[in-house]
Design a binder for this molecule. Structure first.
Ligand code: SAM
Length: 303
């Protein structure tokens, strides 16, 4: 694209030295080409600096930065109610079908958010693929976050083949379905009927026959599940403490509980855990939540 830009006019012999200096000082306009004319070069700069002249240049069209958003399958989720930003996001990739604005934080017993459709298809449902596993999700009706995909893979990598796993707060089944790859059986419960309906669909879509979904309150799982677990997943970060006793009842001695929590320092739960038969606890930072709080996972080995 031909356009007028601020340039420094220098003799060719001074060209490379000047270009380097401008680059170092952050003044070189990298979207435009240096223009040779006779013995001189016109070096584009980002603003009207001393000695600059306005000159014709060849420049790449400016790329507008997209506003911040989180992607889940074909849905982009924005933190701002910004219609023009939403339109830019929708146009930026063919696979996006909807842009949502998250009107609330996660809330209520089902840990869902309220959404407003900013542009695209009028839906909060989408399809999502994670490490070859297919998930149907509906963000307004059942919790889902793609941000824990690394954690799911970490736990899978820790597992031995044939383990029995219990996922106490399974949602639409991302942990359960991922861990089913190595487990002999995964018991996966959730109290949200719509999450369980999606989980059943996801189990079927991934052709799994070793995940047992249940519409259940986690507090009752020790009375429902017939044998001790080698591994228990507790992903209810703000409210999992009342369920720790149930988790310890279900896990075998030497088995592991992965307890996700929202904390302001990594050792926050360590005192609470002293009340249980714990052989070893390791905490790991998972991701940030707010300036003073972050998600942590405690890998707890039962004594
Ligand atoms: N593990 C899933 C994931 O990673 O996507 C879902 C995690 S979400 C933070 C917590 C889930 O716990 C929600 O689906 C919610 O419905 C469920 N839940 C809340 N209270 C529960 C309870 N008492 N018993 C069983 N599930 C519960």
């Amino acid at each position: 694209m031909q356009t007028k830009r601020w340039c420094l006019q220098v003799h060719r012999s001074e060209g490379e030295k000047t270009r380097k200096r401008l680059l170092e000082e952050g003044l070189l306009d990298r979207l435009c080409r240096i223009r040779p004319e006779g013995d001189f070069l016109f070096i584009p700069v980002v603003r009207n600096i001393e000695g600059a002249v306005c000159h014709e240049c060849t420049c790449a069209p400016e790329k507008k930065e997209l506003p911040r958003f989180e992607q889940v399958g074909g849905i982009a989720i924005m933190q701002e109610d910004d219609l023009s930003g939403a339109a830019a996001i929708l146009a930026s990739k063919k696979t996006y079908h909807t842009v949502l604005f998250a009107e609330s934080a996660v809330e209520g017993p089902f840990r869902t958010k309220k959404f407003k459709v900013l542009t695209g298809r009028d839906t909060t449902a989408t399809e999502y693929i994670e490490y070859g596993h297919h998930f149907s999700i509906d963000l307004a009706h059942a919790y889902f976050s793609a941000r824990l995909s690394g954690e799911r893979q970490r736990i899978l990598s820790l597992m031995q083949k044939g383990e029995r796993v219990t996922d106490m707060f399974a949602g639409v089944g991302p942990f359960a379905i991922t861990l089913a790859e190595k487990a002999s059986v995964v018991y996966a419960g959730d109290i949200n009927p719509e999450a369980v309906i999606l989980m059943v669909r996801n189990i079927t879509r991934n052709h799994l026959t070793n995940v047992v979904p249940s519409l259940s309150d986690a507090i009752n799982l020790p009375d429902i599940i017939p044998h001790p677990a080698d591994r228990v997943i507790m992903n209810l970060p703000l409210h999992s403490l009342p369920f720790l006793e149930a988790a310890f009842r279900m896990v075998r001695p030497g088995g592991i509980i992965h307890l996700y929590a929202l904390v302001s320092h990594e050792d926050e739960y360590v005192d609470t855990l002293r009340a249980f038969r714990v052989e070893k606890v390791e905490s790991r930072y998972v991701r940030s939540y707010s300036p003073d709080r972050f998600h942590v996972v405690y890998d707890i080995v039962r004594g």
